[in-house]
Design a protein around this ligand. Structure first.
Ligand code: GRF
Length: 219
C-alpha cells in the first residue's frame, strides 16, 4: 500500500471554510493531495476567494441553468473527468447530485452530526445543531461519508464525537463540531491517499497503517 497524491475536486456553495481547511492541510503536507478544480453552485460563494488565492481552476455550475438533475450533474462530473480527479469532495455544497457509475464511492461529504442522527433533507447549517439541542443529546459530532443518491446516506468512512455542554447554543455547538470537522475531513482523505479504505456494501473498512504492528501481535 503506497501513498499516492490524490487529485481532488472540491464543490462549494458558501463560505468555503472546509475548502480553506483542506488547502491548509495540503500546504503543511498533512494531506497528500492537490485540488485540481473548485466547482461552485453559485458565483456568490464567498469560498471562491480561497481558490483564487491559490490559483486553483474554478467552474460555476448553477442548478437553475439545467432542466433536470442528470443534466445538471453531467457537466460537473465531466469537468472532474477532464481534470483526472480521483475524489470529489463536497464542502458545504448544498445541491443534490446524480452520481455517475464511474464516480461510485468517489464522492465524499461531511455532515455536522453523527449520522444517522439529525441528517437528511433539510438538515443543514445550524438547523442540525438546533435539533440536536432540542433532543437533549449529550454528544454530537461529524460524519465523513461516501455520497449516494440520498441526502447524508452513503457508507460512513469516519466519525468524530464532541460533547454537548449545558448552555450550548446552536452557534457554540456548530463551532465545536466544526473544529472536529477540520480534523476529520483531511484524516478521511489521507486514509484514501494511503490506500487503506475498502467498501463492502455500506460498510467501510479501514486497514491498519502500513507500519502497524497490530497483525504481528500474538494474543
Ligand atoms: C459544515 O458545517 C459542514 O458540515 C457542511 O458545510 C459546513 C461548512 O461549509 N457540510 P463551508 O465550508 O463553511 O462553506
Amino acid at each position: 500500500m503506497s501513498k499516492r497524491k490524490l487529485r481532488l475536486a472540491v464543490l462549494i456553495s458558501g463560505t468555503g471554510r472546509s475548502l480553506k481547511n483542506l488547502i491548509n492541510h495540503i500546504s503543511t503536507g498533512a494531506l497528500t493531495a492537490e485540488i485540481a478544480i473548485v466547482i461552485s453552485s453559485t458565483p456568490s460563494a464567498v469560498g471562491l476567494q480561497y481558490a483564487e488565492e491559490e490559483s486553483i481552476p474554478i467552474e460555476i455550475i448553477e442548478r437553475h441553468n439545467y432542466p433536470t438533475l442528470p443534466a445538471f450533474s453531467e457537466p460537473i462530473f465531466q469537468a472532474c473527468r477532464e481534470k483526472y480527479v480521483d475524489y470529489v469532495v463536497l464542502a458545504g455544497y448544498l445541491k443534490l447530485l446524480e452520481i455517475p457509475p464511474d464516480f461510485h464511492n468517489k464522492v465524499l461529504n461531511i455532515h455536522p452530526s453523527l449520522i444517522p442522527a439529525f441528517c437528511g433533507k433539510g438538515y443543514y447549517g445550524n438547523i442540525v445543531h438546533s435539533k440536536a439541542l432540542e433532543m437533549g443529546v449529550k454528544i454530537s459530532g461529524c460524519t465523513v461519508h461516501f455520497v449516494d443518491e440520498h441526502y447524508d446516506n452513503g457508507p460512513i468512512i469516519l466519525q468524530k464525537a464532541v460533547d454537548v455542554i449545558e448552555g450550548d447554543t446552536p452557534n457554540v455547538l456548530n463551532d465545536r463540531v466544526f473544529d472536529a470537522e477540520c480534523i476529520a475531513y483531511p484524516e478521511a482523505l489521507e486514509l484514501l491517499a494511503e490506500g487503506r479504505v475498502t467498501v463492502q456494501g455500506r460498510i467501510v473498512k479501514i486497514a491498519p497503517p502500513k507500519d502497524s504492528k497490530i497483525n504481528e501481535i500474538d494474543f
